[in-house]
Design a protein around this ligand. Sequence first.
Ligand SMILES: Cc1cc2nc3c(=O)[nH]c(=O)nc-3n(C[C@H](O)[C@H](O)[C@H](O)COP(=O)(O)OP(=O)(O)OC[C@H]3O[C@@H](n4cnc5c(N)ncnc54)[C@H](O)[C@@H]3O)c2cc1C
Length: 437
Amino acid sequence: MIGVVGGGIAGLAAARRLQQLGHDVTVFEANEDLGGLATTYETAGDPVEAFYHHLSKSEETIVEWIDELGLDDALEWRYGSDAYYVDGVVHPMDKPWEILAYPHLSIYDKFRLGMLVLDVDVRGGIPSFDTYERLEDFEDVPVKGFVLDHTSRGCFERFFKPLLEAKFGDRWADVSAAWLLGRIKFRGERDLLKGEQLGYLAGGFGQLTDALVETVGKMDIFTESRATDIRIKDGVVDSVTVETEYGEVPHAVDGVVVATMPDVLESLTGYACDIDFQGTVCSVISMEKPLTDTYWLNIADDAPFGALIEHTNYVPPERYGGEHLLYAVKYVQGPEDDLWQMDDQAVEETWLSGIEDLFPDFDRDSVNWIQTSRNPKTAPIYERGYLEKVIPYDLSEEVADGVYYAGMASRAQYPERSLDGAIVAGETVAERIGEAQ
Ligand SMILES: Cc1cc2nc3c(=O)[nH]c(=O)nc-3n(C[C@H](O)[C@H](O)[C@H](O)COP(=O)(O)OP(=O)(O)OC[C@H]3O[C@@H](n4cnc5c(N)ncnc54)[C@H](O)[C@@H]3O)c2cc1C
């Protein structure tokens, strides 16, 4: 039997592929619920993700899996609108004329930004089309120096820096240029007139978890079963110990896939990973009316949140019984962060007064409910030299034969952690196990 530690999308994907390859599998999930970060809340209509989720057109594996799992009818590609909030004004940034009208970048800044996004290096006045092909060349290049060199100071100060700060907080300067370039490539096709298409599962991504659970089979999935130890015998994995309400139970295994954050891998096997993770505090605010007409609002202003993501400007509110759903989100760099220290009520008060400061017409009486989720490890800091720190899928050399890793510190979750990356990690590990036997 192969033991899978973690019943998030990566663990469930590994379990499904392993079964397809003929293995007996048991999934051990610490929580009562499956799906990990892809968990959902109830609304007056469809469930909504506790942490905002959409797909990018560049992600192909998840689309194949959605198809195989019979969810293809639910997959829809919708245009998600982007805007920047600066000095009291929401500036739409999707269409060429909106970008041209954006007053906080000069024409020269926009030209340099456009060339970088189109993968054209115009430094020295002679266009080069292959500078950005090999991301490895930029692994050790600091993001700030790169942006200043390859675009302009205006682009850096007024476009990239607010985005980097929203994504990485005070760790933004550690990020590599390779990550930025990878992130630009990761984003999907843009329609010149309509913006970027993003993928969503009508009815919510909870259906992906449900479909995976169904195919793996509930009999082979144990919830409220936290793995506490992995035993090695003669250099080969021998058992996984799981803590349940009945005490600690060892399960004999022929192999183990750890599909969790790296700190869990370390506590189970001693393998230490140098990647730093940040956490997230994220609330869904249900309102009777819309706040803006933008899906993704970047905030280049003083605010307690890094972005406001108005889900129902992407998926229609009718799906949620007419509720308008807004995410307020901030990434936190550690438990000492003020926001992390607050209880949910204080966090929610912070969001509401932050929204009132930016949008004086916002009426907090129009709020139906707020739900807050927080998780101390939700996203890696993609700092310079990141790829050298990635945990190998097969840990036979580092830990013992039969130990595999499919969690967020795996290669598949670069340059952006995603549901697609989780599936690719789970699938890759299952295939490595298949090849090894
Ligand atoms: C704010 C936010 C926004 C996001 N936006 C998007 C997006 O737009 N698009 C997208 O595709 N992705 C997005 N993601 C990323 C996506 O949710 C993750 O990449 C994916 O869900 C990771 O799956 P996973 O299975 O690797 O990890 P997790 O979901 O973290 O699952 C790990 C599981 O392991 C369990 N576990 C931990 N320790 C143990 C133990 N000792 N024993 C047993 N079980 C254990 C946990 O309870 C958890 O269920 C977002 C994530 C966040 C936080």
